[in-house]
Write a new protein. Structure first.
Length: 53
């Protein structure tokens, strides 16, 4: 599943090894991986995210 925000950030839910992860990119550039939504919310406004196709 993927979400995008108005500033061009894209969040993708994935599994690395056995651990769930939220990967953030902006365009083709990797930004960061976050372990959970709480950690992600410190860096992105979750209310600005919408589901991506």
């Amino acid at each position: 599943m993927k979400w995008v925000d108005s500033r061009g950030f894209e969040v993708e839910a994935l599994v690395l090894g056995n651990q769930p992860c939220l990967r953030v990119r902006r365009g083709r550039e990797y930004v960061a991986d976050y372990a959970d939504v709480t950690e992600l919310s410190r860096h992105l406004d979750l209310t600005d995210l919408v589901a991506a196709d």
